[in-house]
Design a protein around this ligand. Structure first.
Ligand SMILES: NC(=O)c1ccc[n+]([C@@H]2O[C@H](COP(=O)([O-])OP(=O)(O)OC[C@H]3O[C@@H](n4cnc5c(N)ncnc54)[C@H](O)[C@@H]3O)[C@@H](O)[C@H]2O)c1
Ligand SMILES: O=P(O)(O)OC[C@H](O)CO
Length: 349
């Protein structure tokens, strides 16, 4: 059954506001939840969200509230667009108000620090009376700054439940926002989270003027790392050839809108990590994700050399040039040796 009634979006950051705009353009009345009263007032009275998407006039179909109950009560669809660090807290606030019949979508790209859980795992743990099989993940190459201008964008919605994925597709799809479905929740979440690590590396590489060859190498070998860890965690390798894999990797490593790329290029200019994060003033998921992926690579015994070097640059003060020397000086390898298996033909077998 298509979703026809009220929709709620939590929270009113860049991506949440852009998703609310897509829903409003699709004729839905949207309640956008924010903990910030000034932001709520600005959205309701001036129809803008000046901190995250300046100079954009929002649809009058979008109304904001700082009451979780008001936002979520009787909503047929709830879209959670929180930073990964806030997901558990927000899920806890959502729990008493969420109807088991609502369609629940999350669009967050990251892991929970410490537990290393995927966002759908965190939601499933907190929302115990919600059928976690019906959870939908939204991901893919999509910068808020372009979606809000109605630039042609393609994304993917993943759910174990085909009907839930199709409901989400129907809810969000329009002439500038094309939505594909995919059953691979793990792959879509892992691809969306891990590309941010490589984007930080791409920003560093560009900031140090390492050139286009280096960036192409980072993207390609980065994708190999993403696919290796993702498949070890249970994802389908095909997902990484899609929108949540290579698609998102390309946009985040090349777009001027990418916060992760910008953070990497600021690090290359010599700013400290703390300084970079303060100056950005928006969530840079790649930093915590580098730590999580480094720990996951050890848990699953997966080789992730780019992630490992970036971890040392971010958290141990390693010089990025030395990190590149270590990457380039690794022993000779066959390009696909880590994914070689019995199905492969030829001399590698
Ligand atoms: N910006 C994009 O273009 C984009 C696109 C796709 C996916 N995403 C993903 O969406 C997620 C959110 O990113 P964003 O770009 O919207 O971030 P943002 O920095 O623009 O906004 C984050 C918002 O979350 C709020 N917040 C933080 N902690 C909170 C808490 N504990 N309770 C309530 N509110 C809290 C902040 O006040 C802020 O309004 C990230 O995982 C990001 O990777 C972003
Ligand atoms: O701006 P970034 O680097 O957080 O990336 C945002 C989106 O994930 C791009 O799809």
């Amino acid at each position: 059954m298509p979703v026809s009634g009220k929709t709620a979006v939590l929270v009113a950051g860049s991506w949440g506001t852009a998703i609310a705009s897509v829903l409003a353009d699709n004729g839905r009345d949207v309640l956008l939840w924010s903990r910030n009263r000034d932001q709520v007032r600005e959205i309701n009275e001036e129809h803008c969200n000046s901190r995250f998407l300046p100079e954009v006039l929002l649809s009058s179909r979008i109304r904001a509230t700082d009451s979780m109950e008001e936002a979520v009560k009787d909503a047929e669809a709830v879209v959670v667009v929180a930073p990964s660090s806030a997901m558990r807290d927000i899920a806890g606030q959502l729990k008493p108000h969420l109807s088991p019949d609502s369609l629940l979508i999350h669009a967050t790209k990251g892991f929970e620090a410490g537990s290393l859980k995927r966002m759908s795992e965190v939601l499933a743990e907190e929302l115990t009376s919600y059928d976690s099989n019906r959870l939908v993940v939204l991901s893919g190459p999509s910068h808020a700054e372009e979606v809000i201008r109605q630039c042609p964008t393609t994304v993917v919605v993943a759910s174990l439940d085909k009907e839930a994925a199709e409901q989400a597709q129907d809810l969000l799809i329009n002439s500038y926002f094309r939505v594909y479905t995919n059953p691979d929740v793990i792959g879509v979440e892992v691809g969306g989270a891990l590309k941010n690590i490589i984007a930080l590396g791409a920003g560093l590489s560009d900031g140090l003027d390492f050139g286009d060859n280096a960036k192409a190498a980072l993207l390609t070998r980065g994708l190999a790392e993403i696919a290796r860890l993702g498949t070890a965690m249970g994802a389908s390798p095909l997902t990484f050839a899609g929108l949540a894999g290579i698609g998102d990797l390309v946009v985040t490593c090349t777009s001027r809108h990418s916060r992760n790329w910008r953070a990497g290029s600021m690090l290359a200019q010599g700013h400290s990590l703390e300084e970079v994060l303060t100056r950005m003033g928006m969530v840079v998921e790649g930093v915590k994700t580098t730590q999580a992926a480094y720990q996951l690579s050890r848990r699953y015994e997966i080789s992730m050399p780019i992630t490992e070097q970036l971890y040392h640059v971010l958290f141990d003060g390693k010089n990025p040039k030395t990190a590149v020397e270590h990457l380039m000086g690794r022993g000779p390898r066959h390009e696909t040796e880590e994914i070689a298996d019995d199905t492969q033909n030829g001399w590698l077998r």
